[in-house]
Design a protein. Structure first.
Length: 294
């Protein structure tokens, strides 16, 4: 699978200035796999599909039920598990998304009735992942909103915003405000690296191999990647491997931990255990056992 790195940083059509918000249902072979950012706020609900999501400097497995809310200029991509699509199927993934801009609410956001919404928008600069009963409510509401038009859809939109504004059932995706203005050249470069990493993480990746993709020396590449993603390339690869292992531990019960370790790209079981515990707070065995109790 190859990611199209010729696309610009903003993939979708410009937000219409005559609307408060837009909603869209996505049924396709894959979600947009290109690392990109845009000015719109984005509420995204995955109904079908699994893979790895990259949001700012976070890496995490996604699956059915994943619900995130991002502020403007937070770069992101949802990369489906390979193979991208099932034979004879054109809708391997299914999702609902709501977009709106700060400008679309600008005439209302300072009003007393929207004080909590204003606070929510400030929180979205960090990006949030929504869970619990709030997530279930929002998913039901999004399914209804996508079917409506005119003032009925607007009422539903503000109900969604009210529910989220009054909820504490969320995790911040970043500790600091993430507001990164992506340039097309940088977007293309990062996409090349992400594509290569996602394809080859199961094997040993030499730094000079990745650096050559960008026509850089290993030292220059390391400095560039850390500056653009706030993490080292080795840290990035380790995250991808750990997230792959997490999925294997919870879905492949017949595989041993050692087998999962090597299939995820780790050379030794001791390093795998150490890296896994560092990032997940549990050993692989404890993680698998904890998942079985749910």
């Amino acid at each position: 699978m190859q990611i199209n790195t010729s696309k610009s940083a903003i993939q979708k059509s410009p937000f219409p200035d005559y609307k408060v918000f837009t909603s869209r249902e996505i049924r396709d072979k894959h979600f947009d796999p290109t690392w990109h950012a845009h000015q719109e706020y984005q509420l995204f609900y995955v109904l079908k599909g699994t893979g790895t999501r990259f949001i700012g400097d976070t890496v995490k497995h996604f699956e059915k039920g994943d619900l995130t809310f991002l502020g403007p200029n937070i770069p992101h991509l949802w990369r489906n598990d390979e193979p991208y699509f099932e034979p004879q199927s054109n809708d391997h993934i299914h999702g609902l998304v709501i977009y709106f801009t700060a400008e679309s609410l600008s005439s209302l956001i300072e009003k007393e009735e929207l004080l909590l919404v204003k606070t929510l928008l400030e929180r979205l600069k960090y990006g949030i992942e929504i869970y619990g009963e709030t997530a279930q409510k929002i998913k039901r509401m999004m399914k209804k909103t996508i079917q409506k038009h005119g003032i009925e859809s607007l009422i539903d939109f503000f109900k969604i915003m009210a529910t989220l504004s009054n909820s504490k059932e969320y995790h911040l995706l970043h500790d600091q405000i993430y507001d990164y203005q992506l340039k097309d050249l940088e977007t293309n470069r990062i996409n090349l690296v992400v594509n290569y990493a996602a394809k080859h993480f199961r094997t040993k990746i030499e730094l000079h191999e990745v650096a050559s993709l960008l026509n850089m020396t290993p030292t220059s590449f390391s400095r560039y990647f850390t500056m653009k993603t706030s993490k080292s390339f080795s840290h990035f690869i380790s995250e991808i491997r750990i997230r792959h292992a997490c999925k294997q531990l919870t879905t492949e019960e017949n595989k041993s931990i050692a087998q999962i370790c090597y299939e995820s790209g780790f050379n030794t079981l001791s390093n795998f255990n150490r890296q896994f515990r560092l990032r997940m707070g549990l050993t692989p065995k404890d993680y698998r056992n904890a998942y079985k109790t749910f």
